[in-house]
Design a protein around this ligand. Sequence first.
Ligand code: MD6
Ligand code: FE
Length: 217
Amino acid sequence: MTADLFDAVPDARPSREAMAEGALLLRGFAKSFESEMIPALREIVGQAPFRRMFTSGGHQMSVAMTNCGSVGWVTDGSGYRYDGIDPNSGRPWPAMPAVLYQLAVQAAIAGGFDGFVPDACLINRYEPGARMSLHQDKDEQDFAAPIVSVSLGLPAIFLFGGPKRADKPRRYRLEHGDVVVWGGPSRLFFHGVAPLADGEHALMGRQRINLTFRKAR
Ligand code: MD6
Ligand code: FE
């Protein structure tokens, strides 16, 4: 009787899910960092506000971005690169707070990547309708290091394809606190984010924030 009751409510969201060889979804991994992480993010955004950058093709991105760490990812008319200076302020990017560094390192270990030393954290803000088209993360110097991706706020559909742009992507719902650790054989797989559905998140409001930690140099 009791067993039947529990069986009727299977855990539809396992805490660890393999997405591909080298790519692992750790549901809720960031939750215990949340209370320290959110004020730290507010501080970063005060120093280096979100801005919608232009791709090298001249299109303005729907996602707004900023960075923390010793280098930050930027795009402008001259292409994509990592730069130690925020082009909007002319000053270095805000340092990576210890809570974010620790979250990234611990998630990497949980995903089987010991010794991850992130030097860059790209912070993306999605408002309803914002999306990211399929792309590869290939501006980093060392593809042996994984990427650690943290989702906060409104849920999003993450599109995860394969080594070729034409590979049909699978869809993963990423919720507040979910972490994806991504490296090894799938490090250069195509991926993107479907247009964000409207909603209101209790802590984060009407937005999704995604952090991607990288070893850029
Ligand atoms: C996002 N993420 O989730 C965008 N890249 O908003 C990425 O582009 C990404 O989540 C590499 C590895 C994990 C990611
Ligand atoms: Fe990416």
